[in-house]
Write a protein that binds this ligand. Structure first.
Ligand code: HEM
Length: 88
């Protein structure tokens, strides 16, 4: 725990887009939701709509109130790499 978080690029995020290898990003944080897949109350098919990408807007549309931070606490991969922080 602690230290510099792993930076995940959008390309790396897009490589994890199957039900048995599923990453998604919400509000800048990348989560591995593979093990949550079978527990999502909305089902696997719904959760898969946000996989491999930045799912922030989709998540906010369906249930912005859901406390995903607590549910996915142990599933954090890292931060979504932001081009803004790239040094010249
Ligand atoms: C429920 C879709 C991601 C947690 C639902 C439902 C849908 C849905 C349609 C309603 C199911 C029903 O009432 O029959 C999606 C989509 C996602 C997504 C499209 C893609 C981003 C997540 C994530 C989490 C989550 C990342 C948490 C880690 C929940 C919970 C419920 C739920 C706790 C039950 C909410 C309630 O009954 O108030 N989801 N979901 N979902 N989802 Fe998601």
């Amino acid at each position: 725990v602690g230290g510099v978080p792993i930076s995940v690029t959008r390309e790396q995020l897009a490589e994890h887009k199957t039900p048995d290898d599923a990453w998604l990003c919400i509000r800048g944080v990348v989560y591995n939701v593979t093990h949550y897949m079978d527990f999502h109350p909305g089902g696997c098919e719904e959760l898969m709509r946000g996989v491999g990408k930045d799912a922030t807007a989709l998540f906010n549309q369906v249930h912005a109130w859901v406390n995903y931070q607590t549910i996915l606490q142990k599933c954090i991969v890292g931060r979504l790499h932001s081009e803004e922080f790239t040094l010249p």
